[in-house]
Write a protein that binds this ligand. Structure first.
Ligand code: PLP
Length: 419
């Protein structure tokens, strides 16, 4: 087996069980084309990043134009037009009260930045706080800080000794919402630095959805206690929940917000962490020791920023949000028959995302059915990557009804697979 091992080590891939990777040559709209000519429907937006479709012409053009002018510049002490355009467009679109934009390059780094901003604030105002409150079943990324604020389990068991301690409030399952709010209220009495939460849907934790009233209440509790709320919209942002950002629906203005994935329409890696003026101001000083000490070499890469600017321009067009609303309605219609199908549990939808759990007894990320489902969908030329026994559909917004028909026909057939 050793000699057959791939020289490339792929993410979240068990090479012993999956020796062959699917070689993709082209992406167009909702489709991927493999080297062998197969057309694959991308039903999960290539890990939730592609919003308007693969190789969207507006975004591709912006990348090409920028690549001919400036591809990289150190962002400490320097700036450039694409970054400035992205920052000003974002501040207009983001919830009120967010006044500053810090660039990084992935969802995980945007979360690390958010945590450092919160702790930096408390440190710099002379009232050091370090505890972070989190929600059970959350996922915030795979760097050490992001793992620390995420659920503990198989994803990070090996690194446990490196992870810092947090206070977790229970997930607000139906009819258990009050327990979440009570736990948050109690946690806030211990003066934590911040509460970090995925608004409305916990993605990698199993596409768990909760009502907007809970999000609203959680923000009210934190605000009353003077605890910063970090909204991790890395997955929920860019229309996924039916509005540009999930927080909008609950009329919640977070104190710190993380956006990535669809920020460039899914074309290039880029992330931002937005924060309130008070947080920036706590670092603003003639004393250099109060600087926000965070950077990565490619911070605000000009080409990635040009892609983000093109994406933000697309979001200025009313047709973009109307399309999101249409996709949400198409998803609801496609999902409806599964609501009375006894082979599935927890059939649910939030905006353009649907999820349903195969009722096979075994659940969780390592459920035995997981690899079988993956293989089954691959044979149907569908890119679907269930989370254990949870199948979800998160398509790019250019998906058609006939694509969805194909996807849901395969899901119905998959229910006949046995563990
Ligand atoms: N936060 C959330 C809510 C996510 O869903 C993810 C990735 O799926 C991340 C953070 C990490 O993003 P990235 O994989 O770009 O580091």
């Amino acid at each position: 087996m050793r000699t057959m091992a791939s020289p490339i080590w792929h993410p979240f891939t068990q090479h012993a069980l999956q020796p062959e990777m699917v070689r993709i040559a082209l992406g167009e709209g909702a489709y991927l084309y493999a080297d062998d000519g197969r057309r694959i429907i991308d039903a999960i937006s290539s890990w939730w990043v592609v919003t308007h479709g693969h190789c969207h012409p507006t975004i591709v053009r912006a990348i090409k134009d920028q690549a001919e002018r400036l591809t990289q510049i150190i962002f400490a002490g320097h700036t450039h037009e694409p970054a400035e355009q992205v920052a000003s467009a974002l501040l207009k679109l983001a919830p009120a009260g967010l006044d500053h934009v810090f660039f990084s390059d992935s969802g995980s780094t945007s979360v690390e930045v958010a945590l450092k901003m919160a702790l930096g604030y408390w440190h710099n105002i002379g009232e050091p706080r370090s505890r972070i409150v989190v929600m059970q079943h959350s996922y915030h990324g795979d760097t050490i800080g992001a793992m620390s604020v995420g659920a503990r389990g198989v994803f990070n068991a090996a690194y446990g000794p490196l992870l810092f301690d947090v206070t977790a409030v229970p997930f607000p399952f139906e009819e258990k919402e009050q327990a979440t709010l009570d736990a948050l209220e109690a946690a806030c009495r211990d003066k934590p630095a911040a509460f970090i939460v995925e608004p409305l849907i916990l993605g990698a934790g199993g596409m768990l959805m909760y009502p907007l009233q809970v999000l609203k209440e959680m923000k009210r509790i934190c605000e009353a206690a003077g605890v910063w709320v970090i909204a991790d919209e890395v997955m929920t942002g860019w229309g996924r929940t039916g509005t540009l950002f999930a927080c909008e629906q609950a009329d919640v203005a977070p104190d710190i917000a993380c956006y990535s994935k669809g920020l460039t329409g899914g074309a290039l890696p880029l992330a931002v962490t937005l924060c309130r003026a008070e947080i920036f101001d706590a670092h603003f000083s003639h004393d250099r020791s109060r600087t926000f000490f965070h950077s990565s070499s490619y911070t605000a890469n000009p080409v990635a920023c040009a892609a983000a600017k093109a994406n933000l321009d697309l979001w200025q067009e009313p047709a973009t949000l109307s399309r999101v609303v249409e996709v949400a309605a198409m998803q609801e219609r496609a999902l409806a028959p599964f609501r009375d199908d006894g082979r599935f549990k927890n059939v649910r939808r939030a905006g353009t995302i649907t999820a349903l759990d195969l009722d096979v007894g075994d659940s969780g990320y390592l459920a035995g059915i997981g690899p079988k489902l993956l293989e089954f969908f691959a044979r149907r030329n569908l890119l679907l990557r269930p989370l254990g026994n949870t199948i979800y559909v998160m398509p790019p917004y250019c998906v058609t009804k006939s694509d969805l028909d194909e996807i849901y026909a395969a899901i119905a057939d998959a229910a006949n697979l046995r563990q």
